[in-house]
Write a protein that binds this ligand. Structure first.
Ligand SMILES: [Zn+2]
Length: 457
């Protein structure tokens, strides 16, 4: 593939690409706002039109009970790998509007950035893929891969209709690799690949004793206090080295290679910056691991809330009848949420005294996801980033979860590459959302090169 010609093509079309993206950014596709139904449809149609105009075929709106999904493909390379691209055309609400320096739906270039709601999350990133298609088609004429596109309009409200659609359309969406551009790079001009996400196991723990709160004068000292029991249980969930004490909790944690730990250590990081971002007093966590390792490669257990007894103004002399804690655990490969919840329950039952009743309720869970950094698809993405940015990319993980990643992995059996071109400080859910223009244009080049690398040409 003629990279110089491709790059030149993108450079020569900057104004045009920005104007086209602008027309999609002007549509107020706020999925959380029920009065914007018409805008959602208008946006789905605008995205479809943009797909057709670059030559993507079989473009179709798939109705759901919510907002339509937009599908399209271009499959003219038999025997070659198929890449499925996912993105979303809905955006976050814009309140408080008064804090925007320029109106959220009037795209404006200021300095090195394009300001508009959706510029970074995710219309700008979705558009990168359409323009990469256009660039490749214009320069090369044919593709070394087959391409499929699925864009949803409900990502910001929980992707409720995406999962059933993926499961019921596994043939339509069948692919060898899924590429998602909806995450952030580690910093400006720092090409980054995110290759792992933590999972989640969420439970609610209640300690009960009497049917009702008891008078502490009549009963205090003679019956168990559920708040004390709960506090005692919680205090025994970690040791003094910040490790979770639930037996076998770490048994299934996959060994992280030295190469991966070196990659994490290579990332620019400072405690001062971390404290500025978090507002915390000091870094804290499991002994023997750096902050990024604690966030990405280690599982955690956190009490998210605790309540019980009298919490109002003044004094009330009772022995509470019950106390509850919400407890979540972030999981890493190869932990399984069901097993971790079972281990937690066994441990709590073992340490709870016989003087009170312990109840556990499973709230929700999701499995950790990973695409190994030596996977061919990740290597292709890495090579593409290096080609365009002129630097070896950083490999990061993400401490949170992206549920659709797992759905794609499970339903299609395909690896997912998170090739995000946003930045952590682009205000994706806040006023003055913006997109760093260099990442937009270099993103277009990178995606085109990625198709070339995946195609193995
Ligand atoms: Zn997004």
């Amino acid at each position: 593939m003629d990279y110089p010609r491709l790059f030149e093509f993108v450079e020569s079309r900057k104004e045009e690409f920005l104007a086209e993206l602008g027309s999609i950014l002007r549509i107020q596709s706020v999925s959380a706002d029920p009065t914007k139904k018409g805008e959602m449809l208008r946006c789905a149609e605008a995205v479809s039109a943009a797909m057709r105009s670059v030559g993507i075929e079989n473009v179709k709106l798939h109705e759901t009970e919510g907002n339509p999904l937009v599908y399209g493909d271009y499959q003219h390379s038999p025997g070659r790998p198929t890449v499925l691209v996912y993105g979303h055309y809905d955006v976050q609400p814009v309140d408080p509007v008064s804090e925007w320096e320029t109106p959220p739906f009037e795209p404006t270039v200021r300095g090195s950035d394009l300001y508009a709601r959706g510029s970074s999350d995710d219309k700008g990133q979705l558009f990168i893929h359409l323009k990469a298609f256009q660039a490749m088609k214009t320069i090369e004429g044919d593709f070394p891969v087959n391409l499929k596109y699925i864009f949803e309009g409900e990502e910001e409200i929980g992707s409720v209709h995406l999962e059933p659609f993926i499961r019921s359309h596994a043939d339509l969406l069948k692919a060898d690799v899924v590429v998602i551009s909806d995450t952030a790079m580690y910093g400006r001009d720092m090409p980054t690949i995110c290759y792992g996400l933590r999972g989640m196991a969420y439970t609610e723990l209640t300690v009960r004793n009497a049917q009702v709160d008891l008078h502490s004068g009549s009963f205090g000292g003679a019956v168990e206090n559920p708040v004390h029991v709960l506090a005692d249980i919680i205090s025994r969930l970690h040791d003094r080295y910040g490790r979770v004490t639930v037996p076998h909790f770490y048994d299934d944690v996959a060994q992280v290679s030295d190469v991966e730990r070196e990659e994490i250590a290579r990332l620019p990081y400072s405690d001062a910056e971390f404290l500025r971002q978090s507002g915390a007093v000091a870094p804290f966590g499991e002994y023997g691991y750096s902050t990024n390792e604690r966030l990405w490669i280690r599982p955690t257990l956190d009490v998210n809330g605790i309540f019980g007894g009298f919490t109002g103004e003044g004094a009330k002399t009772i022995i509470p009848s019950k106390a509850t804690a919400k407890i979540s655990m972030r999981l890493v490969p190869d932990q399984k949420s069901t097993r971790v919840l079972d281990l937690f329950e066994s441990f709590v039952r073992e340490i709870a005294p016989p003087t009170a009743i312990v109840e556990l309720k499973k709230l929700h869970s999701g499995e950790p996801a990973i695409t190994p950094i030596d996977h061919p698809a990740v290597r292709a993405a890495s090579a593409a980033l290096e080609q365009v940015f002129g630097a070896k990319p950083y490999f990061i993980r993400e401490g949170g979860s992206i549920p659709e990643v797992l759905t794609f992995q499970e339903s299609l059996g395909a690896p997912v590459v998170l090739l995000g071109f946003g930045l952590p400080d682009e205000n994706s859910h806040a006023p003055n959302e913006h997109l760093y223009l260099r990442h937009f244009f270099d993103g277009i080049k990178t995606v085109a090169v990625l198709y070339d690398k995946i195609g193995g040409k």
